[in-house]
Design a binder for this molecule. Structure first.
Ligand code: XIL
Length: 336
């Protein structure tokens, strides 16, 4: 039958997945598994590196860039004729920036120092791959999920957060005049988290007001299902998306997976709950003509970040991906 990417292409989109090389010093990620690589080739039209282009992976020290893992993934994609997205030029969150940066001395003129570090980074990372990577999550998760305010980082000690993001987007546009520049976030789903979405809307409005070159909102789509139905309010979510497209932004689904922590263990029932919810969510998102490429954050349950990030209380593996650990398609694949 047709691959997920064939089906996506038939609607003018592409389908893809993340792929990872595991923790530094190891080769334990999904990429090390030949069956996973075959599955990527069989189902995907584009790939995104799970961690390999993040600051922490690329920059073990201020003056050192280590591109080898990202290069390995890029070489594979090229060999298999798969497109490649960039993730991410700036994960604007102290937790995900390298430690050395948090105590970095930006020099006698720290405002200039911050600006130079950001623009050098974009020039180096986006610039050296500008022929292969034309769609970038330029900035990831800059809005605090609890308050809706901009997160503080080492950079914001010297330059306001909005300006930090503007500098990064402007440099990305300079490097990629025709590239797709994306602001990527998870915009908490759960009722009671409207502040996060409101914060993202204010940020997107600000980009437009200031002329910051941002083309699309990356909707991560780490959705969660609980017993008795999904854990979000569709009307509130639609209102949010309506406002985003109303400002002229395109949309991408950048990191789709389904957290099933809130469902009982029974596998058949769990798979059905996951698939039903995924179908409802994707129907909603794909009803917007602005929604382009769709990427999952992992193709096979056992390699999903969710197994470590939000393990189930009963120690069963999350059934969060379109393939199970025997590389058999799950009802989630059918839903997609
Ligand atoms: C996750 C990776 O999957 C993990 O391996 C890593 O330890 C942390 O980051 N939102 C994002 C992704 O934008 O970069 C995250 O990826 C998942 C949540």
């Amino acid at each position: 039958g047709p691959s997920l990417n064939d089906l996506a292409v038939a609607t003018g989109r592409r389908f893809g997945s993340c792929v990872g090389t595991g923790r530094p010093g190891t080769l334990t990620g999904s990429f090390a598994d030949p069956a996973y690589r075959d599955l990527l080739v069989a189902e995907c039209g584009l790939l995104v590196p799970e961690n390999e282009l993040k600051w922490g992976a690329l920059r073990p020290a201020a003056d050192v860039f280590t591109f080898d893992r990202a290069e390995r993934l890029l070489a594979f994609a090229k060999e298999k004729n798969l497109a490649f997205r960039g993730h991410t030029l700036l994960w604007h969150h102290v937790k995900w920036l390298p430690n050395w940066l948090n105590s970095h001395n930006f020099g006698p003129d720290p405002v200039k120092g911050v600006e130079k570090m950001l623009t050098d980074h974009v020039a180096m990372v986006a610039g050296s791959h500008k022929d292969r990577i034309t769609s970038w999550d330029v900035v990831n998760e800059a809005v605090d999920a609890d308050t809706g305010l901009m997160r503080e980082t080492a950079f914001t000690r010297h330059i306001p957060a909005e300006k930090v993001l503007d500098i990064t987007f402007h440099k990305a546009r300079e490097v990629l005049p025709k590239g797709q520049l994306v602001y990527n976030d998870y915009m908490s789903w759960e009722p009671g988290h409207a502040k996060h979405r409101d914060g993202v809307l204010r940020l997107l409005e600000g980009f437009r007001k200031r002329g910051t070159p941002v083309d699309a909102l990356g909707v991560q789509s780490h959705i969660m299902v609980v017993d008795g139905g999904p854990k979000y309010e569709e009307t509130a979510w639609r209102r949010f998306i309506d406002e985003v497209v109303g400002m002229g932004y395109d949309l991408l689904i950048t990191e789709f997976d389904v957290n099933d922590k809130g469902l009982p263990a029974d596998i058949a029932a769990r798979d059905k709950g996951v698939a039903d919810y995924a179908r409802a969510y994707l129907d909603m998102m794909l009803s917007y003509k602005q929604t382009g490429d769709v990427l999952v954050w992992g193709m096979v349950n056992k390699y999903s970040w969710l197994q470590g990030f939000t393990p189930r209380a009963d120690k069963q593996k999350q059934r969060c991906c379109p393939y199970d650990d025997a590389f058999q398609p799950t009802p989630l694949r059918e839903a997609i």
